[in-house]
Design a binder for this molecule. Structure first.
Ligand code: MD3
Ligand code: FE
Length: 222
């Protein structure tokens, strides 16, 4: 009886929730890796500090970003793109930690996308009030690969829309340890993040950190 109760809690923590065709939440999938993930993020950020990038329209984003892996996502006056060098240091982005790549591969496989080999990991840091407006992720070359997202720290409300900007959106709460896999017909859906609410999450310094793993470059990596 007690065993059943604990089994129940366990299965709830590892709940799989289908958002729509191609989009799956793996609740709590990364929770057991918290310490390792935060330590690895700290190492990446020491080499490539968080920065608030400029949009092509010259507005400063409220979300602070960095990257690791062969390619990193950038925004500046010239536009959005992936590039192998950190423009702030002139150096390659830090290597993608083995733990990151393995977690992303395992999550993608659990969602039905075996063999996911990300070449870019965008690291987003949200402080109180930071938000991400509704957008599509379409700077990658291959939309056949999924995107894997890992949420750490303070909870956030994720907005999930359709294939056109004007379609209605659904609100999806994401908490520490949740992993979402977006592939197939969900890959080009509009999405965003509502302004982060104040809260206490000492492990992440009262912010939310989101990792998004992408296959950004060409399939052969050239
Ligand atoms: C749905 N990041 O970095 S991750 C982004 O929480 C971004 O920081 C958000 O959107 C964040 O571009 C959301 C979830 C996500 C990522 C990619 C998607 C949802 C997606 C691609 C297609 C549809
Ligand atoms: Fe996005």
């Amino acid at each position: 009886m007690i065993d059943d109760l604990f089994c129940d809690l366990d299965s709830k923590d590892q709940r799989r929730e289908v958002l729509t065709d191609g989009a799956l939440i793996l609740h709590g999938f990364a929770r057991g890796e918290t310490a390792g993930l935060l330590a690895a993020i700290g190492e990446v950020i020491a080499a490539a500090p968080f920065r608030r990038m400029l949009t092509p329209g010259r507005l400063r984003m409220s979300v602070a970003m960095s990257n690791c892996g062969p390619l990193g996502w950038l925004s500046d006056r010239q536009g959005y793109r992936y590039a192998p060098l950190d423009p702030d240091s002139g150096q390659p982005w830090p290597m993608m930690p083995e733990l990151f790549a393995q977690l992303a591969e395992r999550a993608a496989a659990a969602a039905g996308f075996p063999g996911f080999a990300p070449d870019a990991c965008l690291i987003n840091r949200y402080e109180v009030g930071s938000k991400l407006s509704l957008h599509q992720d379409k700077d990658e070359t291959d939309f056949g690969a999924p995107i894997v997202s890992v949420s750490l720290g303070l909870p956030a409300v994720f907005l999930f829309g359709g294939l056109k900007r004007n379609e209605p959106t659904t609100r999806v709460p994401l908490v520490h340890g949740d992993v979402v896999v977006w592939g197939g017909p969900a890959r080009l859906r509009y999405h965003g993040v509502q302004a982060l609410k104040d809260g206490r999450w000492p492990e992440t310094g009262n912010c939310r950190i989101n990792l998004t793993f992408r296959k950004a470059g060409p399939p052969d990596g050239r």
